[in-house]
Design a protein around this ligand. Structure first.
Ligand code: FES
Ligand code: CO
Length: 353
């Protein structure tokens, strides 16, 4: 599926960057191939426009903010958050032409991040009740780009069959190549997956897991929220709760921005954020190493028969089924690379789902 070609994907909210980044002035971002500029208005709320001045096409992200407006860095034309040009400094007496506008996009701040939808959103941003609860702290972890597809990152997040191999240097146990329990329930937002397996604890920090034991039998409750968001909940035996939010925001057909943050019901004194981030950076570096070798274009229509499957692929196969259904509901077909670049698999093994 080439995400930039599937129009319905423009109708979801995507996490773009921590809102604190806008303190440095307007910032560019590419979302689903659309170049946008983000800035912070005087009331602290963000705004998003196409990153292209309607005068001589300069990038507005090279400009600056004045009050609620963004000012083009080339000749100083000023735009409000609806994209209307409100000032042409060289011609103050001239009526501003009706066509002096750039497209504006729905934009809001939530959970400390800027979120943008390119068209009328189909549903609200996923709810994270812990954000408003005083017993949890929020830790911003990563805001990085990878050369992979958003669906690839999501299915990797729910793929318990890769831990023993990709993560054998951190939490994965090479002897445990599938979890002892795996269950999945489809929901309106996507699905909830329940996994029980034993993992290696970080050897250098007992504070991350709150235990000095070398391993923990973990019980994960994870949610996939259409199209590319994950909520991963870990409950430790000592009552520690560790919640990971991961958003795979599609930049274009080959690249994503990964935004990840945590909620924990402990304090910085119990476990410094730097320790948590250092461990998780090691874990995601293992995923990056392999995921960047995977074709970014993940098929959602299994009838294309370009990949083999096994039973442990169930989460990713449900994602594909739901994404294909979403396309069909909106009158779209899956768009993928020209057939000559795809190597079809002639014999597809029967996959017991
Ligand atoms: Fe933006 Fe001229 S290109 S004001
Ligand atoms: Co992984």
């Amino acid at each position: 599926m080439l995400v930039t070609q599937q129009k319905v994907l423009r109708r979801f909210w995507y996490a773009i960057m921590p809102i604190s980044k806008l303190d440095a002035g307007p910032q560019p971002f590419t979302l689903l191939g659309e170049k946008i500029v983000l800035w912070k208005k005087s009331d602290g709320t963000p705004a998003a426009l196409r990153d292209r001045c309607c005068h001589r096409t300069a990038k507005l992200s090279k400009g600056f903010v004045e009050g609620d407006h963004i000012v083009c860095g080339y000749h100083g034309w000023q735009y409000d958050c609806s994209g209307s040009c409100v000032k042409i400094p060289q011609a103050p007496a001239m009526a501003i032409p009706a066509g002096a506008k750039v497209p504006a996009f729905p934009c809001q701040e939530k959970y400390g991040y800027v979120w943008v939808a390119l068209e009328d959103p189909l549903k609200p941003i996923m709810d994270i009740p812990e954000h408003a609860e005083g017993s949890y702290r929020c830790i911003q972890q990563f805001d990085v780009s990878w050369k992979t597809g958003a669906l690839r990152l999501m299915e990797n997040s729910f793929d318990a069959a890769h831990f023993a191999f990709v993560h054998k240097g951190t939490f994965g146990q090479f002897s445990q190549q599938k979890p002892e329990f795996f269950g999945i329930t489809e929901t309106d937002y996507g699905f909830e997956a329940e996994t029980k397996l034993t993992i290696n604890n970080p050897p250098a920090s007992h504070r991350i897991t709150g235990t000095t034991e070398p391993t923990t039998r973990r019980h994960f409750r994870n949610q996939w929220h259409l199209p590319f968001n994950r909520r991963l909940g870990l409950n430790y035996p000592n009552g520690l709760e560790h919640l990971i939010i991961t958003c795979a925001t599609p930049i274009d057909d080959e690249n994503i921005q990964i935004l990840q943050w945590l909620y924990r019901n402990d304090t910085e004194a119990d476990c410094p954020a730097a320790e948590l981030n250092e461990w998780d950076l090691r874990v995601i570096a293992e995923d990056k190493e392999i995921l960047e070798t995977v074709d970014a274009d993940a098929p959602v229509d299994l009838g294309r028969r370009v990949e083999q499957n096994m039973a442990a692929d169930q989460p990713g196969l449900i994602m594909r089924k739901r994404l294909l259904a979403l396309l069909e509901q909106h009158g779209e077909q899956e768009v993928h690379r020209a057939a000559k670049t795809i190597i079809p698999i002639r014999e597809v093994t029967t996959c017991p789902l």
